[in-house]
Design a protein. Sequence first.
Lengths: 511, 424
Amino acid sequence: MIAFCSVLLAAALGLQARPAHDKDSLDGWFEDLWKRRDLKPAAPCDDAVFLRRVSLDVTGSLPDPEEIRAFLKSGRKDKRPAKIEELIASPKAAEYFAYQWIQWLMGHDIDFRDLNRLNFGALCDWLKKAWSEDMPYDDFVTAFLSSTGSLEDSPAANFAAKHLVPDEPPAGLARAAARLFLGSDIRCAQCHDHPFDATTQEEFWSYAAFFRPLRVEARRLVEVPVAKPPRLREDLGELFLEPRFLDGRQAEAGETRGAAIARIFLSVEKDAVGRAIVDRYWKLCFGRALLPGRNTKGQPELLDLLVKQFRTQKSSLRGLVRAIASSRAYQLSSEGPEASREFYAIGPLKMMNTVQFMRVWNHAFQWEAYFRQQYEKHPERLPYMKNPDVFWISRTMQAKEFLFPKGRDPEEVLANGTDRLAIKLMNNRDIQLLMVAQFGHVQQVMKKTADPGNRIEELFLLMLSRPPSKSEKAKMIEHARSAGRPEHAYIDGYADIFWMLFNASEFIFIG
Amino acid sequence: MAHCSNCSRRDFVRLALGGSAALGMAAKVGVPFALGQDKTAPAKAKACILLWMQGAQSQLDTWDLKPGTEFGGPFKPIATSAGGVQICEHLPRTAKQMDKVSLLRTLNSRDPNHDTATYFLHTGYRENPDLQYPHVGSVIVEELGPGKTDLPGCVVLGGEPPAGAAYLPADRGPAIIDRLTNPTDDLLATNEYFAKGTLERRWKLLRGFEEDWNRKHADTRIAERERTYERAWKILSSADLKAFEVAREPEAVRKAYGETPLGKAALLARRLVQAGVRFVEIQYGSWDTHSDNFGGHKRLMGDIDGPYAALLEDLSRSGMLSDTMVILMGEFGRTPKINVGQGRDHWTKCWSACLAGGGIAGGRVVGKTNENGTDIAERPVSVADFYATIYKCFGVNPDKKYMGPGSRPTRILEGGDVVKELLA
């Protein structure tokens, strides 16, 4: 039956149908792994869980109640693959792709200076287009490594512009490019030959020399002739050397700087660029890496398989997301013992990433509606609202300040949680007041229906993307009645329930 | 003591590293706990209040006046309770407390940028794009342990600190209370805006609701999150939260501190330390007077004089000053040269900081600037020296290494010599 379904699924996706136990297919690979490890995979997750998981992973947003109801009701056999296609093609997916890549490209320390200095609006549009048009990943990488010119007309140049510091050697850009596109962390080598890493300080600065001609002048990324600086920055470990990649390769005769570094990146041994991007998206969807880490073995064979598929599918990021979301491992129930997660015998469970969290957060408290209203009244007070993308990026920055402590990568903070974040979520004044604001979900749901059961169902769908169980519903109805006061139309009780929903693990985790 | 008289220091270190039994023995025989501590008196400081003068004070108009010289400015010096030490006429109440304070006049750095210098002066480290260093308060909480309270060990009032817990455990990071005027937005909000008991009712509802889902999705990350929420709830339901209710103080005390945002914050800082909080930072400014330096400084000195003096007097009277260090400082100083807008700009060659309590001597001046205040004449003190001195008072071993991200061992402090003249 399962084999039949996966054939159906593959057919629905327009992929070449393969025998179910073909080890070259993702599902076949997992079946083989489970057999070898004598593991019984979990049951498929239910439709509501699937819809929440795939919506967050593809669009960074929660499905709305009507969409959930329709999906649960639908009897179509191919409703999951059809939903994956629908989500991939949606404007929300392009938006999530753009916002997520801005985080990756710019790092987690974007501030207002960057907002004024760089052109986030143009970059955002360019990224959305890259998703919508399914730009091959090699072209995408090449754009970031070789674009020069106006930050508006050549949006990919914003990446280099962000990481260059005036009057400093381009170490930050060199590190960011290697980390982002090659998946390799060479930061220690900037100042010393690292005891565990293969890269030496000399290799680091030879590689960084590729970026030396770049300058930001009058909102343009330009290339200028390189001269040895009068004083080297000893505090940064600076060495002045000829451009030469970590593996010793140099630009070829007649090749421009940008073309050379892009060519070299894309032809690093064992397809480092392909491995890094596949690993990045796998981690985004499964919450665990395929590349081996210092303390983890990873799944290098699976990575090889996925990279091979990625390359045969014209290096399509949409194809990669589709392949992951369509896999049987992705669609398993995430309930079960933690140990089973290592071999993917239960479905993915991870904390929302920052972009997902901020989008869901905006949705939960209707920030967007609130600010749009404010902007219409006083456009001069919210200048960034002119471009909603830029406004959203600025909001994320502000909210990060507000929600996440300084000096820690928000991804890491979300993964561990902090007391400060918990205190804010539980008790912050603004959140308390917004929760019961006129435009907020609680008041809106109360206006929409007078029936306590329907109100509770609606709140559950809004926040957890599933209806409450029978016993949950009964308990919540009782709570709304006993905690609320009739003179306040029982709003206190519903506010409690809403509070409970956004503070629950089930909300912040993607199960 | 007899047990240990034959042990070399290395033996002791080996014993101590051997495990808690050895540590227990060491404690019994009276060996200082912190490794690498020398033979001088044991550490005195147990808590710290940092008054952060955001934007940078002009040393020449506050703590190191040069009247009648080229760059002296209009303010006059006045005598203080510390013998021959003089400070600005606009700090009259502080002048009466200077017998408790050591005035350091020769701090210096090479960083004239607010953001990076603020970071430097809060961590002892220059900013490093690849490695975040912890806030000094987080280091002190980590090394001394949280105090006997459910409240966070490190609290910052009135602004965003430049650094957090970095590679230390998350709960060592500063609890940030953004607004001086309403410091309880996060901590008392539900009780303030909703009926009493609301938060507790919600907490019980949440715990009952999520039990099932959390159990089915057994995972260390979920367990960790549950612990974080438990800690947050412990803070929010703590009886120690009443430390935030400054209005409980007698009227005379409130009046002494002043019913101003800074006066209330200083009194709150004292109440928090009393409750067991290790480190409280109050941010106040902005002293960044690129224009109208003298108007701005006169006004701001008026703001800080009462609260600072009241804090020193109060702590001294109650005996808390012996183990509570009070530091008043900013990220750098201001230029001797007065610009066309009657302002002073950023100056890193020499500036002043005030330290008191927790093992710091009172009534001293350390370091001397030249005649017109343009440079150091005697005894320069680097930021690392400054931090070596603070850590010394807290019994924190600066050579101890924490494991940073990427298994990178990082010392609590890099370099720096203790400024012995500052110690009591």
